[in-house]
Design a protein around this ligand. Structure first.
Ligand code: ADP
Ligand code: MG
Length: 252
């Protein structure tokens, strides 16, 4: 149904068919298991039959203690690791049925990433870091990279190297880098984990605002109750399963 051609990406809007009717959530995860240990002894699996559906444009927080399986889940969604059992469907396609090349193209064209430690390339300027995903897609549009930097409030700082930027500014560059290719889904792993509370708040608001404007779906892993506040929906993950949903009334 979808084709991930090199440098082209998919040919229609996520979660809709060619006539625009809704057909699929952006992500559907069924009975997902991940065992790192040989033989998967009882109780040792990082993910234990996790089910999840995320609609287009939704901002989802996965809230759980360290070791509950958040990063494992994001890595599997990104196709960076294989599940032991279960399926992950992105825009109607099982990502682990794809070949390695196609999965790489899917990752480059459809997914954006924001990490706890920013993961900018230290020898590239801010602008070059933002341009890089477009270069990997074969579409190095300098104007798009400049616009993305401006959208995170860093106009005029594109020539700086990461070490010349504050933590908050580096995370803004990372957000611009994640969004510059107009991904369908942003995966954010503890995006405020290395920022002070005030800076973290600003970065979260920015991420949410930009994704809302673009209709981008977000899955954010966090062990911080404060980070969850930007989410439309908060799911609690515990021992590799979804253990509950927080509503307005019982937000963490
Ligand atoms: P979280 O991101 O919620 O802190 P993780 O997904 O990193 O949780 O870890 C879940 C469990 O899987 C933990 O018990 C962790 O030790 C284990 N784990 C994670 N990555 C690996 C790995 N590469 N090899 C072995 N065990 C791992
Ligand atoms: Mg983690």
């Amino acid at each position: 149904m979808l084709e991930y051609n090199q440098g082209v990406g998919v040919s229609y809007v996520a979660g809709t068919d060619r006539r625009g009717s809704t057909v699929e959530p952006v992500i559907r995860i069924e009975n997902l298991w991940k065992c790192y240990d040989e033989g998967c002894p009882e109780g040792s699996a990082a993910l234990r039959g996790l089910d999840l559906e995320v609609e287009g444009g939704e901002v989802l927080a996965l809230y759980g203690r360290s070791g509950s399986g958040k990063t494992t889940l994001l890595n599997l969604i990104a196709g960076l690791d294989r599940p032991t059992r279960g399926t992950i469907t992105l825009e109607g396609r099982n990502i682990h049925d794809m070949g390695e090349f196609e999965r790489t193209q899917m990752r480059r064209s459809r997914l954006g990433f924001v990490f706890q430690f920013f993961n900018l390339i230290p020898t590239l300027t801010a602008l070059e870091n933002v341009l890089l995903p477009l270069e990997l897609l074969g579409k190095p549009a300098l104007g798009s990279a400049e616009n993305a930097l401006a959208s995170v409030g860093l106009e005029g700082k594109g020539g700086r190297f990461p070490h010349e930027l504050s933590g908050g500014e580096q995370q803004r560059v990372a957000i611009a880098r994640a969004l510059v290719k107009d991904p369908v889904l942003v995966l954010a792993d503890e995006p405020t984990g290395n920022l002070d509370t005030e800076t973290g708040d600003q970065v979260l608001d920015l991420l949410r605002d930009l994704c809302m404007q673009a209709g981008t779906t977000v899955i954010m892993a966090t062990h911080s109750p404060l980070s969850s506040r930007i989410a439309d929906r908060i799911l609690r993950i515990q021992d590799g399963r979804i253990a509950g949903e927080s509503t307005e009334a019982n937000r963490p």
